[in-house]
Design a protein around this ligand. Structure first.
Ligand code: ZN
Length: 195
């Protein structure tokens, strides 16, 4: 993935910190998150908004394996979105853990960060899939994950990200065959809510 140049401030910005903004002329402008927030604060009349920037943190999962989380904060009118995500590349483009919280833009951003880190820690403490004889199996009777675009399926079928790892839809189906005859319940949860 290549870096982009923010059209407003000229900063060379990594792809995960770039926002594509629609222009009145029908085109798109690429802005860094700081410039996006500056413009949004102006448009939404959020006075004295300070763009928060957080350095990455490393947090261990239930196996003691460390995950490096980067943060991005975006102002959406009257809400500040804070995301924590792992950087991934290539085929695993959409894999990795990813979390979001929404908060009041006028409140202390470090409080929001603290709450998000707690959310990440709660999620990392639980493992939904276990490896058994080289195959992944459902560890308990609940699976939490994220629905992502699968470019190999051209969007026809999703791929899932469970425990931060990409799982093909058909592989997930194979895992479910261990529960043949069981019932299931699917609940779809907004990214900023707790799954
Ligand atoms: Zn910029």
């Amino acid at each position: 993935m290549t870096d982009h140049t923010c059209v407003r401030c000229g900063a060379v910005t990594p792809p995960h910190d770039v926002v594509s903004v629609a222009s009145p002329d029908g085109g798109f402008r690429l802005l860094c998150s700081r410039c996006f927030n500056t413009e949004m604060a102006h448009l939404a009349d959020v006075g004295a908004f300070e763009h928060p920037e957080f350095t990455p943190v490393r947090l261990p999962d239930s196996d003691g394996l460390e995950h490096e989380f980067h943060f991005r904060s975006l102002l959406f009118g009257d809400q500040l979105s804070l995301e924590a995500f792992e950087l991934t590349s290539g085929d695993e483009d959409r894999a990795g853990f990813r979390f979001q919280l929404l908060g009041d833009p006028q409140s202390d951003p470090f409080e929001l960060l603290g709450n998000l880190v707690q959310k990440v820690k709660r999620a990392l403490a639980v493992r939904h899939l276990v490896e058994h004889a080289g195959n992944l199996e459902v560890a308990g009777t609940t699976v939490r994950g994220r629905i992502e675009w699968d470019s190999r399926e051209n969007g026809r079928l999703p791929c899932l990200v469970i425990d931060g790892k990409r799982v093909d839809w058909t592989d997930f189906g194979a895992m479910l065959m261990a529960f043949e005859g069981w019932q299931f319940r699917i609940e779809l949860v907004d990214p900023s809510d707790e799954a």
